[in-house]
Design a protein around this ligand. Structure first.
Ligand SMILES: [Zn+2]
Length: 253
């Protein structure tokens, strides 16, 4: 049972009071600013960021300045935890697309806390699994599904993390997330607007009928949501006692 306020980052909110006390001295509040880089691919990850709101996109860059293949993290997770735990270089870029409040801690403090609590390690692994399934599904999605269905999926993914009915992302930003040309997004968004599903205004997209948007989205949205629901419905119990096994040392033949 969580002891944390619900307006917090979901990972921090899930922690028990005792586990949160492990984090608390290391957390620093700050504001996520649009365009802020949280990490660059290949660089050593020095911080783990826990958004309380807003949105960061994890993307892979191309040498020609393009990129894409985005997965998104809002208050449902954290940025940098996977690499920080492994003392590994960042696997992707991370950039803030929607501003909001957040907390951060150093990568070394994050590793220290993981070492203190099996329950925190288990919970962090689940959040990393949620990111991994999003990445796997997105790889398939980019290869298999039409841009219009992918736009509908990402609008829902962003809505789930930001709340409300407006997606404060420009079509240029959405094009970068999807790894397609802006004109392609423009045409597909136009079709969704003609169908009465969204309104495009001042570069932002307003959701008119969410149930229609879900009907236009590809199966990837439901697949990721279903997996994550099952993942966090599992009990957080940790096996602490492992039966001692007999060690058999074979002589070389
Ligand atoms: Zn898809």
């Amino acid at each position: 049972m969580s002891a944390q306020p619900t307006d917090r980052n979901a990972f921090l909110a899930e922690l028990s009071a005792a586990d949160y006390e492990l984090f608390r001295p290391h957390l620093m509040s700050f504001t996520l600013s649009v365009g802020e880089r949280l990490q660059d691919v290949g660089s050593l990850v020095e911080q783990v960021v826990f958004p309380h709101g807003g949105l960061a996109a994890l993307t892979m860059p191309l040498r020609n300045g393009g990129g894409g293949g985005a997965i998104v993290v809002g208050r449902d997770g954290f940025v940098g935890g996977f690499a920080a735990a492994a003392t590994a270089p960042a696997m992707c870029d991370a950039e803030v697309y929607i501003g909001g409040r957040a907390a951060r801690m150093s990568a070394s403090a994050f590793r220290y806390v993981l070492d203190q609590s099996p329950l925190v390690r288990r919970l962090a692994s689940r959040y990393n699994a949620a990111l991994m399934v999003q990445a796997h599904q997105t790889a398939l999605c980019n290869a298999a599904h039409a841009v219009e269905a992918r736009i509908a999926r990402w609008l829902l993914e962003v809505l789930d993390r930001s709340g409300g009915f407006e997606v404060p992302l420009t079509q240029s930003t959405l094009a970068h997330m999807l790894g397609v040309q802006r004109t392609t997004v423009n045409l597909a968004a136009g079709r969704l607007e003609e169908a009465g599903v969204i309104n495009c205004r001042r570069g932002y997209m307003q959701i008119v009928r969410r149930e229609q948007l879900e009907r236009h989205a590809c199966e990837c949205y439901r697949n990721v949501k279903a997996y994550v629901s099952r993942l966090f419905a599992l009990p957080p119990a940790v096996t602490t006692a492992v039966p001692a096994g007999e060690v058999v040392i074979r002589k070389p033949a």
